[in-house]
Design a protein around this ligand. Sequence first.
Ligand SMILES: N[C@@H](CCC(=O)N[C@@H](CS)C(=O)NCC(=O)O)C(=O)O
Length: 229
Amino acid sequence: MKLISADLSPYSAKVRMQIYAMGLTDIEFDLPQEVLIGKLAKISPIGRIPVLLTDNATIPESEVIAEYLDDRYPDQALLGHTPEERAQVRLISRIADTYLMNNIFMVLSQLDPSSREDAVVNLLMGQVERGMGALEQHIGSAEYAVGDTLTRADCTLVPALFMCEHTVPLLGVENPILVTEKVAAYWQKIQNHELAAKVIAEMMRGLIARRDGSEKKMVLAAMAAARGE
Ligand SMILES: N[C@@H](CCC(=O)N[C@@H](CS)C(=O)NCC(=O)O)C(=O)O
């Protein structure tokens, strides 16, 4: 199988962390030319990464991929044990995706101060803060987000909290983790977990490539190759 994925993409990082945690070794990571030149919709109509390519299916959407991997490898599934624990894992993952990540992604369109619309930033950051408040109520107080083992809740939260810490302040807005207690304590602890540290390092590599222009160079080279230059 192949996972179309990019270093900085939090939704991709979420699936990579799950793959590492499940110990799956038969999934190759790839960033094909179609992604770099904005033609991913040729492979997957939604046109967003991650996408999992199996022998006979093209599966987009990180949460759908996550469920597929748990279904395909039930012995290594990372969904918790009791129905309540599983509901809790799904809930935390949903809060991270829907209320944190989706709004952070949209608000990052406002990074340029010369064209920034404060009303848009306020609206979307209001939603992020609301999501963070809900997470604060639902997250566990121990080592992991739910229960006493690593679950898919951690795989979704680690990239989402990385984005809160490293991208939101670029808008001149305070990192929303700072006003929390349980989430802040969790974030501090989970970064020491070997697999969390691994995906954080991959995301950081992606962030550096974006900042130092090497990502742009890769995109320009892919565009030139696509034109046959
Ligand atoms: N709901 C999707 C979101 C995926 C997503 O937005 N991916 C970003 C990169 S992290 C992307 O491909 N953006 C390209 C675009 O919006 O055209 C998921 O969970 O996989």
